[in-house]
Design a protein around this ligand. Structure first.
Ligand code: ADP
Ligand code: MG
Ligand code: ZN
Length: 640
């Protein structure tokens, strides 16, 4: 198993590193700095004070006039202040609040207009001072000011606090607010093994190309003496899960040099304006410990060709970050020994500035592994898994065409999980095939379906399967099931016998016919169409669009690229409107023809369709052989 990616030591540092020399013991710091903590405490304290004083300086409880009269009579009132009939006053000794909680000394009350008591005489008798100033002081000017300014003060403090947190580690951009904390690479845990080429399989040709880089990093002096310059950047291009990230780490591990890795999106996601300075810091850090590798993952997120239809704001940020990377790379003299690796799923959309000589001028394509490669990858990922006798990884490799390294790693892990669940000592072949089923078809979903719906699903899947069986050259049907899985109510799985690299027009039409088979069967048998065909139609549309717009399979549109492969790019930019209309019409023509063909074939083979559906209803799941038998179709090239 590959080493886990080492953790980042600060969340605001967008890169991780491994194999770098140990950092100076960092001073212990509070997460937001002590300053932040003190500020927060201060703010809370102030706030509490203001709120408290607000309530404390109140006028005390409002008491009844009767109660007031009683207190006066008892000689317990020291002074009062009166304005109109409203009276404020203060007691000598505090009294319990009548029908309330606590005690009071200050109070207010209201003298009724009809009270013709001789209050003045009473007061004089009891020596009560009648003041000309309110007993309860109005809040002072200062505290009034404080209170009115408090919300703003709070905001400012908060803002400073946030600015400090964000600016730490982003170099000068923090300006006067930021304390600049230099980034410190994380040390790999002692004893942890680094990823090497031994952890990578199935992409030997790629390893070969990267060997130069490893060589150079191991011995930069030899290259320097020869006056040879290494490529500054190597771009790994390939579908997700093919092992690009793994490969980059393996190169560093193989060469024994520090490895800095960051995802391009991490540079720009946080706060505007810091992407470029982060890049600068990262490169500075790597230069210090050169020879080293900087790995920038998902570089297409910032390296897309400008002017593409995909930029939704944040353009400047992307461009600045990208430019900074390019500038840093231009600044290499070529002998420092810092090599930048980058990975992308979309080499086709990259800005040409990136692939210019002197930048990422070496592009290495990483493809999904072939059969032998899959077996080797499975061996790597079952290294730590006890395998039962008789487990045939070669067979597994044969039944997984098109799967990537990541998917195979996942498959091995799913099988191990199953074995644990089943209380086994080792992983068996059936664990592996059940895991494969789960990975390919999705997990089973306990769902009770009404009988009518089951029947329709059975016909739907039978339609897919039967047409798949009938099309010459189509991928054989491996499994049909009407057990709901993942999002689907049923699944028909077809995989090729051997890896395929190019497709004929006939094959693609066969795929469309097969994909339309479910809908066609519902149409033929029930005369209605349900929503169950949504993903089928998406697939159909994708194939038809490729045939017409990209693979030159339509006479009318002709042999040109009418639709860019980049789905995110607006169509409108790629071709004249008339061409796009033609593409549309041709896609429709192809799909209509295929649908007609599907319906016709199902009508012709109705007894076989019924038989297959019946077998499916009875068994829920049919394996390859049982399915072909039930449909009465002889598998081309197998029976012979
Ligand atoms: P990518 O970066 O191309 O999307 P990753 O390098 O992240 O793919 O691959 C994910 C995981 O899949 C790896 O950590 C590894 O476990 C497994 N894997 C992928 N390709 C390979 C390979 N060629 N050999 C061994 N393991 C692989
Ligand atoms: Mg990756
Ligand atoms: Zn379907």
């Amino acid at each position: 198993m590959a080493n886990p990616v080492p953790p980042r030591d600060r969340t605001d540092q967008p890169w991780r590193s491994e194999g770098a020399p140990p950092p100076q013991p960092p001073k212990r710091k509070m997460p937001g700095g002590w300053g932040g903590l003190i500020l927060t405490a201060l703010v809370v304290y102030l706030l509490a004070n203001i709120v408290l004083s607000f309530f404390n300086e109140g006028d005390g409880p409002t008491i009844s006039y009767t109660e007031f009269d009683k207190q006066v009579a008892a000689g317990n009132v020291t002074k009062i202040y009166s304005k109109g009939d409203a009276i404020q006053g203060q007691l000598k000794n505090k009294q319990p609040v009548p029908d309330g909680e606590g005690d009071y000394t200050k109070f207010t009350t209201q003298r009724p207009a009809f009270a013709d008591d001789d209050l003045w005489a009473q007061l004089a008798k009891q020596n009560v001072t009648v003041t000309a100033e309110p007993v309860v002081q109005e809040r002072s000017f200062l505290s009034n000011l404080l209170i009115s300014l408090a919300p703003m003060l709070l905001l400012v403090l908060l803002w400073i606090f946030i600015a400090r947190r964000m600016s730490s580690g982003m170099g000068g951009a923090g300006g006067m607010l930021g304390r600049k904390a230099p980034p410190k690479p994380v040390e790999l845990e002692a004893g942890a093994k680094r990823t090497t080429f031994a952890d990578v399989a199935g992409i030997d040709e790629v390893e070969g190309e990267l060997n130069d880089v490893v060589d150079f990093l191991k011995n930069p002096q030899a290259y320097r003496d020869m006056g040879a310059r290494m490529p500054r950047g190597v771009l790994l291009a390939g579908p997700p899960g093919t092992g690009k990230t793994l490969l980059a780490r393996a190169v560093a591990g193989e060469a024994g040099v520090p490895f800095f890795s960051a995802s391009a999106s991490e540079f720009i996601e946080m706060i505007v304006g810091v992407g470029a300075s982060r890049v600068r810091e990262l490169f500075a850090e790597a230069r210090k410990v050169a020879p080293a590798i900087i790995f920038i993952d998902e570089i297409d997120t910032i390296g897309r060709a400008r002017g593409g239809g995909s930029g939704m704001g944040g353009h400047d940020e992307r461009e600045q970050t990208l430019n900074q990377i390019l500038t840093e790379m231009d600044g290499f003299t070529g002998s420092e020994g810092v090599i930048v690796l980058a990975a992308t799923n979309r080499a086709d959309v990259l800005d040409p500035a990136l692939t210019r000589p002197g930048r990422f001028d070496r592009i290495v394509h990483v493809n999904p592994p072939d059969r032998g490669g899959r077996e080797a990858i499975l061996r790597i990922h079952t290294r730590d898994i006890p395998l039962a006798k008789g487990v045939d990884l070669e067979h597994v490799a044969r039944t997984t065409p098109g799967m990537t390294g990541a998917e195979l790693a996942n498959l091995a892990n799913e099988a191990a999980l199953l074995a644990v669940k089943r209380d086994q000592k080792a992983v068996t072949q059936s664990d592996l095939s059940d895991a494969l089923e789960k990975v390919q078809l999705g997990a089973e979903r306990p769902l009770v379906m009404p009988e009518e719906e089951r029947r329709r699903t059975a016909y739907h899947e039978s339609g897919h399967a039967l047409l798949g069986m009938l099309q010459p050259g189509a991928d054989p049907v491996r499994k049909i099931t009407i057990v709901p899985r993942g999002r689907a109510l049923g699944v028909t799985l077809s995989t090729p016998d051997a890896d395929r690299y190019a497709y004929t027009e006939e094959y693609l039409r066969g795929r469309i016919i097969g994909a339309l088979g479910g809908m066609a069967a519902e149409h033929v048998v029930f005369g209605v169409v349900t929503t169950g065909a949504e993903s089928d139609l998406e697939q159909v549309t994708g194939i038809a669009r490729g045939m017409v717009g990209r693979w030159g399979m339509s006479e009318i549109v002709g042999r040109l690229t009418a639709i860019p492969s980049d789905a995110q790019q607006a169509y409108g930019l790629s071709a004249a409107p008339a061409t796009l209309d033609a593409v549309d019409a041709e896609m429709r023509r192809i799909v209509d023809e295929c649908y007609e063909s599907a319906v016709r074939q199902l009508r012709e083979h109705r007894p076989q369709l019924d038989a297959l559906a019946a077998a499916l209803l009875a068994n829920e799941t049919l394996e390859e052989d049982a399915a072909y038998r039930a449909a009465g179709v002889i598998r081309a090239g197998k029976e012979g």
